[in-house]
Design a protein around this ligand. Structure first.
Ligand code: FAD
Length: 489
């Protein structure tokens, strides 16, 4: 069928899309979800790991695109990890039924309430901390590693070394909850079940252990019988019709990326949840190509969530470094957020190379003092972002690394990055379609009656921690109110 009618269409199956789908399906609505990536669960094709990249490793790429050590060639396939390259920033995203949940580290962090209030002064934070954040954590199956296991497990030496060194340098550390099932992990350690986190599986997908969205929200939505997911369906353009319904131009691809059908979808209600970059591209392009109305501030108030990668080489080389065996699932971070001079949070990240590289890797999350913007020109999405946007983040990274090296030895990680700083590495693009600015208070796009944006683009460029718990809580809040207000009647 080339021309399909559906009452409600959701574009994208990441966090925003999956939460919306579940709540609408529970309310008895029929929902069609269009996802450009593949349905891995259905396909039966296994995910590959960091040491043996295969089909899942790249979105139609000829070479691996992990942030480091890209020495592997690939046969193009609709894999789960994609990288969008802009002039001064590279942005990694997930592709597939489950979106970013398929490739991410699973760190499930609730923002500090004081910062949430600063970022969203108009939201009732009591309601968020009493209702929507707890609901998000419960549905996502967030859990915490046991301290005993952490203490004894050789796969967490990198964490123990990281914490010990941070404490020696005078920093505070914190435990980080995750959606990876730690009881599964304890069994994989004992070799009672197939290994996943202990088999270098993460950014090309986890075959076991991780409660990605296909196992939580999306599975629950499918169980209602009201959700249909069409994978390998990529939306190219959105048109609004005279009667205020929407028509979407869509192309269906095969696993080599070849178009196998051009289709048109018509719907009364449209939820755009294509992830920050996907949503901005669709809306800005539809505006450029066929005058889809968009608010003036669409694309503004965008940021990288303060993402800044840094690391140290020659970490404890004489006493076994950071460990040859490493879990892919991070469980600790350095919490320096309350330092007025150098506020940051730094994930103690694994570097599971299958050998001891005596290197410590940190993904820092900083404030975003200078926001950027996203726009569309000459058939291309562009990001207005350069070294001036990351200047303060670089100062924080420099401060952190110097203090760590002074207390513990080690050098800046020249092996990982040019001059030790990865300013261009971004996992958390946020904003551009900010809640209450480009949308109404519940995500309805301005200038529209039946188009809603529900994903990371609602968050104004920063949230101070890894973002998916916040994206889920915001979507829970918006969709509950939208349904109550009969927006989908
Ligand atoms: P997404 O999850 O990005 O979902 C959007 C979906 O829409 C995708 O599946 C995409 O394929 C689809 N899509 C896009 N355009 C179209 C189109 N035109 N037609 C059809 N479908 C389309 N966050 C954390 O909180 N903790 C972590 O540990 C963490 N680690 C990360 C590690 C990596 C390597 C990466 C890349 C991200 C990480 N993140 C982490 C970030 C987190 O995954 C994202 O913030 C989150 O997935 C964004 O959710 P979303 O709903 O906005 O969109």
């Amino acid at each position: 069928e080339k021309n399909i009618d559906a009452p409600i269409i959701i574009i994208g199956s990441g966090y925003g899309g999956a939460v919306s789908a579940l709540r609408l399906c529970e309310a008895g609505k029929k929902v069609v979800m269009l996802e450009m990536g593949m349905n891995w669960g259905k396909s039966g094709i296994p995910y590959s790991n960091l040491l043996k990249p295969d089909k899942s490793a790249g979105w139609l790429k000829t070479k691996t695109i992990a942030p480091f050590f890209n020495i592997f060639s690939l046969k193009p396939f609709t894999g789960v990890l994609d990288r969008l390259d802009f002039e001064h920033i590279n942005i990694w995203v997930g592709r597939g039924v489950g979106g970013g949940s398929l490739v991410n580290g699973g760190m499930a962090v609730t923002p500090k309430e004081s910062y949430f209030k600063e970022v969203f002064p108009n939201l009732d934070s009591d309601k968020f901390y009493n209702i929507y954040f707890p609901r998000a954590r419960q549905e996502l199956k967030v859990n915490i590693i046991s301290e005993e296991f952490l203490k004894e497990c050789p796969f967490y030496k990198f964490t123990r070394v990281g914490e010990e060194e941070a404490h020696k340098a005078g920093f505070k550390t914190m435990r980080i909850p995750n959606v990876y099932d730690f009881s599964y992990m304890e069994k994989e350690y004992k070799n009672e079940v197939p290994r996943s986190a202990f088999n270098t599986e993460v950014i090309y997908g986890n075959n076991h252990g991780k409660n990605s969205l296909d196992k939580t929200y999306l599975q629950k939505a499918l169980d209602t019988g009201n959700l249909e997911i069409l994978d390998l369906h990529s939306v190219d353009e959105i048109n609004v019709n005279q009667d205020k319904s929407y028509t979407l131009k869509v192309h269906q691809i095969d696993t080599l990326g070849k178009t196998i059908a051009e289709k048109t979808f018509n719907c009364k209600k449209l939820i755009v949840a294509a992830g920050t970059m996907g949503t901005l591209k669709l809306l800005l392009k539809s505006n450029a190509v066929n005058n889809l109305p968009i608010p003036e501030n669409l694309g503004k108030n965008w940021g990288n969530n303060g993402n800044f990668m840094t690391g140290r080489n020659w970490v404890k080389p004489l006493s076994g470094g950071t460990g040859a065996k490493q879990s892919t699932i991070p469980v600790a971070g350095v919490d320096n957020w309350n330092d007025p001079e150098h506020p940051f949070f730094a994930e103690i990240a694994p570097l599971p190379m299958g050998m001891d590289v005596a290197t410590a890797l940190y993904l820092q999350i900083n404030r975003v003092d200078k926001k950027g913007s996203v726009y569309y020109v000459d058939d291309n999405l562009k990001v207005n972002w350069d070294a001036s946007n990351t200047q303060k983040m670089r100062e924080n990274a420099d401060y952190f690394i110097k203090k760590m090296n002074r207390a513990n030895g080690g050098t800046r990680a020249h092996l990982l990055f040019d001059n030790g700083f990865g300013a261009n590495i971004c996992y958390h693009p946020l904003g551009g379609c900010v809640l209450g600015e480009a949308t109404n208070e519940f995500g309805k796009l301005k200038n529209h009656d039946h188009l809603f944006v529900l994903d990371g683009s609602l968050i104004p460029g920063t949230i101070g921690v890894n973002p998916f718990v916040t994206i889920v809580a915001l979507t829970e809040y918006c969709i509950e109110n939208l349904i109550q207000n009969n927006e989908f009647a």
